[in-house]
Design a protein around this ligand. Structure first.
Ligand code: SF4
Ligand code: SF4
Length: 245
């Protein structure tokens, strides 16, 4: 197991954990009601196509995840963080970054290739909790939407518009994304209260940064410039990937 986080980080992790629990209860109630009305949420255990998406989170969430990872898992997070930074530095824009993330960097290192399960399920970040599909999982697979022909695109658009759980634009369940807003707010509030600043960014990069004493000391002292300088020195900085302030 990793070294335990300083006790000063406990209020941050507790606030995030409480927000996750409250969100999980709301999700259960929403899905029950939707199912009773004849709706279907297609997410199942072992369904993995969304585990190659970029994931944004707060440093408070990353602290909670890191607290439960083994040294081997943290090493794997570090390797992926460096791939994320390299991708951000060389991509010409969001679309290229996003596609390369999915197609070349691929699945999250916390995904078990044997079972398709998340090995950090209890401490996975918000984005991994609030992504649900209102259409079959094949639509989540990288390349599916990009490769639809004109007739299939029209059918997809028609199905998305007809499904009451979507925003009319994509097949993901919009109300369940909206319901996660209090988690983001709780993370924001507790970071401001404990550190006087907020850190947001890529999940794998932030989880890796939690393991660096100098970076975390600067964050805990509310020193944004010093934390940024340390992230740069570690090779874990890109303005599109880490926001400190
Ligand atoms: S969002 Fe898509 S890929 Fe992810 S679990 Fe749900 S159906 Fe599967
Ligand atoms: S943390 Fe878990 S749910 Fe999230 S991308 Fe990684 S394996 Fe998938």
């Amino acid at each position: 197991m990793p070294l335990p986080a300083p006790s000063s980080d406990q209020p941050l992790m507790d606030a995030v954990a409480r927000a996750y629990t409250a969100y999980g209860q709301k999700v259960g109630r929403w899905i029950d009601a939707f199912t009773r009305q004849g709706g279907t949420v297609h997410c199942r255990s072992g369904c993995v196509h969304c585990c190659d998406f970029p994931v944004r989170c707060s440093l408070a969430e990353a602290l909670l995840t890191a607290s439960q990872l083994s040294p081997e898992q943290l090493d794997a997070m570090n390797s992926r963080a460096r791939q994320v930074i390299a991708n951000a530095r060389s991509a010409s824009g969001w679309d290229e970054y996003f596609q390369r993330h999915r197609r070349e960097i691929g699945y999250c290192p916390l995904l078990s290739r044997e079972t398709g399960a998340c090995t950090a399920y209890e401490v996975r970040p918000t984005r991994c909790r609030d992504t649900f599909s209102a259409l079959p999982a094949d639509y989540c697979r990288v390349g599916t939407l990009e490769n639809l022909n004109r007739r299939e695109k029209a059918e997809y658009a028609r199905e998305v518009r007809a499904n009451p759980a979507t925003d009319g634009l994509s097949h993901y369940v919009a109300p369940l994304e909206d319901l996660s807003e209090p988690i983001w707010s709780a993370a924001s509030r507790v970071m401001q209260r404990e550190w006087g600043l907020e850190v947001w960014g890529d999940f794998w990069v932030l989880t890796t940064l939690t393991q660096d004493g100098a970076f975390m000391a600067a964050v805990r002292a509310g020193q944004a410039a010093k934390a940024t300088k340390r992230a740069k020195a570690l090779g874990l900085w890109n303005a599109e990937i880490v926001e400190i302030g």
